[in-house]
Design a protein around this ligand. Structure first.
Ligand code: SF4
Ligand code: MG
Length: 313
């Protein structure tokens, strides 16, 4: 359904070119939930924004292709892209206020999305908006509320209602629960599980590999603007093939055991001047001389599990 190939998205800043996404390929199938996992600065959000052509300046997509349902999105005129965005692809931002207008009621905003794309009149659209609110667990009477009258969790539910208003084929969510407490986070994730059950594919961008593994079919791990590992969620958590993925898993606190939580030493690379060879080598406990010069290719581990690490040859 979605195939991203060799995508490059660079930011042209005064202090140099930031290669935020540097040759990334991913695939999402019909009805599949794929989570993109990595620390901040791994390029995962830039990948998400690239798919809907919303990369903010000075960023630019400079290479690759994004084929969605047989059409290359990078070759579409902006008018068509706009109708796909919000129509066939729904986007949920980290901060729900990004997609909500503080000066208009929730009902007005939701019904506007429905009216413009579905040709309903205002009254019908408002009724549909009320039903959508109930679908995301908010009383229909809230159509009359303004965003500031709602909690953070409710606002995110409304942003999700806007993203799914037109029954999109794909919903992309960029760290949608980062600002919320754990209980609300879980409820929001339940919403996404429901969205998937109704047939949409989901791309979840998250730094939380535990959250990703509980919910998604597959996990793609990004580091330094590149994909370093991907595969079925289970394989990734039970048999991580990349030292970085293993590090992410080790750094998950476990409430039920007294496992030692270890964070990965060092910092993500400066993407204006990334390390040569394997970009993870300055932080990798297994780095050899070869890792400093040779870029690891993605190696097939079987069952659709791929790892970019020279140890796996
Ligand atoms: Fe570590 Fe080398 Fe593998 Fe990179 S290629 S993750 S530096 S062992
Ligand atoms: Mg981000």
């Amino acid at each position: 359904m979605l195939r991203v190939e060799g995508l490059k998205t660079y930011f042209y800043t005064l202090s140099g070119i930031v290669r935020a996404v540097d040759g990334v390929s991913i695939e999402v199938k019909e009805g599949e939930w794929v989570s993109i996992v990595g620390e901040s600065g791994s390029g995962k959000s830039t990948l998400a924004y690239s798919i809907v052509n919303l990369v903010p300046p000075p960023g630019r997509i400079v290479g690759g292709s994004i084929v969605f349902k047989g059409r290359d999105l990078l070759k579409l005129p902006e008018s068509e892209m706009r109708s796909i965005r919000g129509g066939r692809i729904g986007f949920v931002f980290q901060d729900p206020l990004t997609s909500l207008d503080p000066l208009r009621t929730v009902g007005d905003q939701l019904s506007e999305v429905i009216e413009t794309h579905q040709g309903l009149n205002h009254k019908e659209a408002l009724e549909k908006a009320a039903r959508l609110l109930e679908e995301v667990g908010i009383p229909a009477s809230r159509v009359k509320s303004y965003p500031h009258q709602l909690s953070g969790g409710q606002r995110q539910r409304i942003a999700i209602a806007m993203a799914i208003a037109l029954k999109p084929d794909l919903v992309i969510a960029d760290e949608p629960t980062t600002a919320l407490d754990v209980i609300v986070q879980d409820q929001i994730m339940d919403l996404f599980t429901g969205i998937k059950a109704s047939g949409s594919s989901i791309i979840l961008i998250t730094h939380d590999i535990a959250l990703a593994s509980e919910r998604s079919d597959r996990i793609v791990v990004m580091y330094g603007g590149k994909v370093v590992e991907y595969g079925a969620s289970r394989d990734i958590v039970e048999r991580p093939g990349h030292p970085y993925t293993a590090g992410l898993i080790e750094s998950v606190p476990d409430l039920w055991s007294d496992k030692q939580v270890k964070s990965i030493p060092g910092n993500p690379p400066d993407l204006r001047d990334p390390p040569k060879g394997c970009r993870f080598h300055p932080r990798c406990p297994y780095a050899s001389e070869e890792c400093r010069v040779r870029e690891p290719p993605l190696i097939d581990m079987g069952n659709g599990h791929y790892v970019a690490c020279l140890l796996r040859r």
